[in-house]
Ligand binder design. Structure first.
Ligand SMILES: [Zn+2]
Length: 384
């Protein structure tokens, strides 16, 4: 018997923020493209709670297998939230309606093979506020993972309210009238958890947290607590990964920490270049916890923080870097170059200044720093 599916408001906000960047009423129709995110879920005895989402890619997924950098990202999330596992995916169908294409069905197999609750969420921005379509999304599952054919999964919403809907949809260009209709639909379709059910969800979630905390603090050698979490039937992210890899045509080795760090870094740089700074920051941070010696990773981490306007955090990066790089001027020069290449003169100045501290008679570099200061001023005057 599959569990009752619950989608949390926090998670839906993340899904919408990612998918909504690539298709919304403010964008010209031609510019609206598909986007794809992972869903991280938790199982309790009664509920299947979709708790977290992370945006992964845009455009159509042309391959069923997960890419190494995606696997690295899943593993990182799994490590950060041991009670959550990769339990589904979300993607958008800009203007095409809510269904599984043949390719979608192929993708969906992965989520249902080890987990009967695995599901796919589909959102179409043109359906928000259309009568009977609520927030423009649905959840689907295959009737049988081995055969084509899907069905709509009933689900409940946790923590949704009309002000919440308005807050997250308005910036995407939805008018008040369509949002009122959307909300009436949500209420009319009986999608909201009743207070008693909400309490039950929260209680079960808490007791699951407690179990995993006790499990995690069990002394080594005492496998009891950990075994119990395995036998409860919850597929861990790792178990799903292993399965995914067996299924995949390519064998991907995740054992080498450096490889993982590199994959995460590449994902971070990609997201930085797409201006997904929040996402990129997370990925680069994750990469740095695995490998603190990668200057490129540090430079992009700094650039991400700077681009989000968090000067303080950005400057702290240089403090931390000081401990790692020390007097290795070659490394400071590398960081400076990476910043300068991306027109971040402040970062470049920071890094060059560290070199000057060790080489105070380097007049060429002093001139360079001065020049960067002027370029920075110019840049700021065109910005403001
Ligand atoms: Zn699709």
């Amino acid at each position: 018997m599959p569990r009752i599916v619950v989608l949390t408001a926090e998670c839906f906000e993340k899904i919408l923020q990612f998918l909504g960047q690539y298709s919304n009423p403010l964008l010209p129709k031609k510019k609206c493209v598909e986007a794809f995110a992972f869903l991280f879920c938790r199982q309790t005895p009664t509920y299947y709670i979709i708790e977290d989402a992370v945006g992964v890619a845009t455009g159509e997924r042309d391959s069923v297998e997960l890419k190494p950098e995606e696997l690295a990202l899943i593993e990182f999330f799994g490590n950060q939230n041991p009670e959550l596992f990769l339990g589904g995916w979300a993607h958008s169908h800009p203007g095409w309606g809510l269904f599984f294409s043949g390719k979608d069905e192929d993708n969906q197999v992965f989520y249902q093979q080890m987990n009967e609750d695995g599901l796919g969420l589909i959102w179409d921005y043109t359906l928000v506020g259309k009568k009977g379509k609520g927030l423009g999304f649905t959840m689907l599952r295959l009737k049988n993972p081995n055969r084509p054919g899907f069905y709509e999964v009933p689900f409940k919403l946790l923590g949704f309210s009309q002000p919440f809907i308005e807050r997250i949809f308005s910036p995407l260009g939805y008018d008040e009238k369509s949002l009122v209709t959307a909300w009436k639909d949500v209420e009319g379709l009986d999608k909201l958890l009743k207070p008693a059910e909400e309490l039950l969800v929260k209680t079960q979630r808490m007791s699951a947290d407690l179990t995993s905390m006790i499990g995690a603090s069990a002394p080594p050698g005492d496998g009891g607590a950990q075994d119990s979490s395995v036998s409860s039937g919850t597929p861990s992210a790792t178990a799903l990964l292993v399965d995914g890899m067996k299924k995949g045509q390519k064998q991907v080795s995740l054992t080498a920490t450096r490889d993982k760090a590199t994959s995460l870094k590449e994902m971070g740089i990609l997201h930085y270049s797409q201006q997904h700074f929040v996402q990129a920051t997370k990925e680069l941070q994750a990469a740095l916890t695995l490998n603190r010696e990668d200057m490129e990773c540090w430079a992009f981490y700094y650039l991400c923080l700077y681009s989000q306007g968090d000067r303080l955090a950005a400057n702290n990066v240089f403090r931390e870097l000081g401990e790692i790089i020390g007097s290795n001027t070659a490394k400071w020069l590398e960081v400076a170059r990476l910043c300068e290449e991306r027109d971040n003169y402040e970062g470049a100045q920071h890094a060059y200044t560290q070199v000057i501290k060790r080489d105070p008679m380097n007049f060429t570099l002093l001139d360079k720093i001065k020049e960067l200061g002027e370029r920075k001023k110019e840049q700021e005057s065109t910005l403001f």
